[in-house]
Design a protein. Structure first.
Length: 193
């Protein structure tokens, strides 16, 4: 079994503006840097092998946390395609019919030129499955994105992303999921930082 601890990157300017960032490489803003500097990783997380998304905001977060972390391409944020840089409000105003159809797909929502949460979860699962082959029991940490964490949560809880999620996740906390022979489960949610 692989124990995976996810931490979301700190705030960026686009986060504060509620813009869909996806793979647009936006750095942390001042508030995001202060937020991460204030975190205190629990001792149990300090000794993990750490990985981070190739995007600058995740790399900066790992550096500010003071962890030795390796880039892992599988942890890159969901590709929002033609929706990147826009807010959901803008999208709903510009094309309400198409946006409503996409939102009704839940886990399979896929913007033009982008990917779905289901594809995101599969990408991360494929990477973790490779780690599982080499180690029967392993604990790793990942500095990544809200889209990654939500996609893994969806698989762990069989959530279709249509109804309200069963649990409320605090994205200023670590989220622990377990991966065992292709299946995700919740380890512990909202581990204080």
């Amino acid at each position: 079994m692989i124990h995976v601890y996810f931490i979301r990157h700190g705030q960026t300017q686009w986060n504060s503006e509620k813009r869909l960032q996806g793979r647009t490489d936006i750095p942390l803003n001042d508030a995001g840097r202060k937020q991460i500097i204030a975190y205190q990783l629990p001792a149990s997380l300090l000794s993990l092998q750490w990985f981070h998304s190739p995007l600058l905001r995740a790399q900066q977060t790992a550096e500010l946390l003071g962890i030795d972390s390796q880039v892992q391409a599988a942890l890159i944020e969901m590709n929002w395609g033609s929706w990147e840089g826009k807010t959901l409000r803008q999208l709903r105003e510009q094309d309400p019919v198409n946006i409503a159809k996409q939102e009704a797909l839940g886990l399979d929502l896929r913007p033009e030129g982008g990917e779905s949460p289901r594809l995101v979860a599969q990408r991360v699962s494929d990477w973790v499955a490779l780690l599982e082959i080499n180690n029967l029991e392993q604990r790793i940490g990942c500095v990544s994105h809200k889209g990654i964490i939500r996609a893994i949560y969806a698989l762990a809880t069989n959530w279709d992303m249509l109804a309200k999620a069963q649990h409320k996740m605090d994205y200023h906390c670590a989220q622990h999921f377990c991966f065992d022979r292709g299946r995700w489960s919740i380890g512990e949610l909202n581990i204080g930082l």
